[in-house]
Design a binder for this molecule. Structure first.
Ligand code: AMP
Length: 596
């Protein structure tokens, strides 16, 4: 342990990362394999490998008391030393007495840690800790205490220990990182590096892998610039969770890698029956299940002829995050909570299945395997057709060929949509928002799963600026099936003196067919000037419009233009003079620019 401690001092003494890694590499090489393996764990600031559930379970105050007793210093003297260092390990080094015969082997320290972890109750743990520290030299005690508090504070991250292992045993850094990720055990990783066997590292279940992260995009247009083919999902507002399923055991881990299974007792059962071991990625959301599920099912039974349509079940919809929050951080979830705030696990990725690690396969394949896994090979219907998707207010549906899945309703494959143009993506965004979700996730179908990385393979689109109330000033006939109706509206806000309307944009989506036909009738009757394809109309109709951002532009006489404007709703409750003014537009513009 002395050599370990001395090396830690040397590592702390330099700020250069390369030098730190070189010191660690030299040190590891000088040890036998057992010592090197346990050293790697300790150097990562841990008493046990990351995957292990074992913890020492000793708090700072227990350690403090142990140091106090052994040093025979009173509280105020110890506090003064602590003020000087701000680190209990350094305090231990300064105050613990140096006696002859002290000194420990690193493997003895590892054994002692196991005993402390296994001991029940603070008294038993204290006795073991005191004994351990009494046998150590003051410098050894410094690092034993640091490991016990979980932080060496020598500027050494686990990634540097990985680098040192690669250097020491002539292995590739990427292989070392990968093995450590799969095993959650830097000690075992070191052993594989020694044996030149890193390629054979197998996924160890029940220790969480890093979560893939996303980057924001500001507009639908930007959302489609990064890759060729995108899978689009709603961005649910809940908590990210990785589920490990093996041999009927199911555990959920949060983004902070804490186990959160206890908070969601209804979820494990729904996954325990999976036909294969698996690691799933998804979002736990407070969920509103459709009340008439049972009734729908009955209809299916009674009229098998109505197959297709009737079998599709409405999955329900997410409730706001504030609702889920009431269930978080509880050890015990009451029956009442379970009933009043049911949750669902919306699964959107699969990292491992049936012995195969899938993270290096493209999303396209992972998604397919996930569909098969969750439906036992039965068909999952994705919405490929944008007409159906953009219907505001409908949650995506999964169609099953059997009713078994109904019981597993709390695990839901997150519906996947596709968009080829910014307009289609915009439609999906509006639909996701109308379902109460935060926005969209846009994912590269060709991308691998990059644990712990934030890149451009997953994009999040959630920004929506304030809406504007505008007045319709001119209308045009639409295209396609809207060729006979006045569906494209030019709209305006009031200028500074509120005596003139200044155009700011044009929008052609968002209203229902019934509303469009009613509006067409009204505009035909209130035309000021018929220019053929375009009519200026009496400025009386107020709309609420949303948009993704605002630009200064001389396209319209307001001096501003809206990006991806869309009609949120008609505002028959407002008269034209209640519409927004150019001041409000400026305000939104300023606010938007101060954010970016
Ligand atoms: P943010 O927290 O704003 O950085 O957004 C990223 C988070 O969105 C992820 O960590 C997930 O918790 C969450 N999320 C919600 N829906 C999805 C989805 N369909 N795919 C990926 N992440 C999602």
């Amino acid at each position: 342990m002395l050599r370990f401690a001395q090396n830690c001092e040397a590592i702390a003494a330099t700020t250069k990362k390369l030098q730190k890694a070189a010191i660690v590499a030299e040190y590891l090489k000088s040890r036998n394999e057992d010592e090197a393996a346990i050293s790697a764990v300790f150097l990562s600031g841990r008493a046990f490998a990351a995957w292990e559930e074992t913890t020492l379970q000793i708090g700072g105050s227990l350690l403090w008391r142990a140091v106090a007793e052994l040093s025979e210093k009173d509280e105020s003297a110890l506090t003064a030393v602590y003020r000087k260092h701000g680190d209990l390990g350094a305090v231990a080094e300064e105050v613990l007495p140096h006696r002859s015969g002290q000194g420990l082997k690193i493997l003895e320290v590892a054994d002692a840690f196991r005993q402390v972890a296994a001991a029940r109750g603070p008294a038993a743990k204290s006795a073991l800790v005191r004994d351990l520290l009494a046998r150590a030299t003051p410098l050894e005690a410094k690092y034993i205490v640091k490991i016990m508090t979980g932080d060496l504070r020598i500027g050494l991250k686990e990634s540097l220990v990985e680098e040192a292992i690669a250097k020491a045993y002539g292995a590739g850094l990427a292989e070392v990182q990968r093995a450590n990720m799969l095993l959650g055990d830097i000690g075992k990783t070191l052993r594989l590096a020694v044996e030149h066997n890193l390629a054979n590292a197998k996924m160890r279940m029940f220790h969480p892998l890093g979560f893939m992260l996303s980057s924001p995009v500001e507009s639908a247009e930007e959302g489609l610039t990064y890759f060729a083919e995108a899978a689009v999902e709603d961005k649910y507002d809940g908590i990210r969770a990785q589920a490990h399923v093996s041999g009927g055991v199911v555990k959920f881990f949060s983004r902070t890698r804490d186990e959160i299974t206890e908070s969601f007792p209804e979820l494990p059962d729904a996954l325990a029956g999976l036909p294969q071991d698996a690691i799933l990625d998804g979002e736990i959301v407070a969920w509103e299940y459709p009340q008439d599920l049972a009734r729908t099912q009955k209809v299916v039974d009674e009229s098998p002829s109505e197959a297709g349509e009737m079998k599709a079940m409405e999955l329900g919809r997410a409730r706001p995050f504030s609702v889920l929050q009431q269930r978080l951080g509880r050890k015990k979830v009451s029956e009442k909570m379970l009933r009043e705030i049911p949750v669902a696990y919306l699964v959107f990725d699969l990292l491992y299945a049936g012995g195969d690690l899938l993270i290096d396969r493209p999303l396209r394949e992972r998604a397919q395997v996930l569909d098969e896994l969750l439906t036992g090979g039965r068909k999952v219907v994705h919405h490929g057709d944008t007409e159906a998707q953009s219907k505001v207010g409908t949650q995506g549906k999964l169609t099953f060929d059997s009713e078994e899945e109904i019981s597993a309703a709390s695990v839901i494959r997150a519906p996947v949509f596709f968009a080829g143009t910014p307009e289609e993506l915009e439609g999906l965004f509006v639909a996701a928002r109308s379902r109460g979700n935060e926005g969209l996730m846009i994912k590269d179908l060709a991308s691998t799963y990059a644990p712990g990385k934030r890149g451009e393979s997953w994009l999040k689109m959630k920004r929506e600026l304030a809406t504007l109330d505008v007045v319709v000033t001119a209308v045009e006939f639409g295209h396609g099936k809207r060729i006979r109706v006045l569906s494209d509206y030019t709209f305006a806000v009031w200028d500074m003196h509120k005596d003139r309307l200044v155009n700011i944009g044009k929008a052609y989506s968002g209203l229902t067919d019934a509303e469009i036909s009613e509006m067409t009738q009204w505009f035909l009757e209130h035309t000021i000037e018929d220019q053929g394809f375009r009519r200026t109309v009496e400025p009386k109709i107020v709309l609420e419009v949303a948009f993704n951002n605002m630009m200064q532009s001389d396209r319209h006489d307001s001096g501003y233009a809206l990006r991806f404007p869309r009609i949120v709703r008609l505002r028959p409750d407002k008269t034209a003079d209640e519409a927004d003014t150019i001041e409000r537009v400026r305000e939104i513009f300023e606010k938007q620019n101060s954010h970016s």
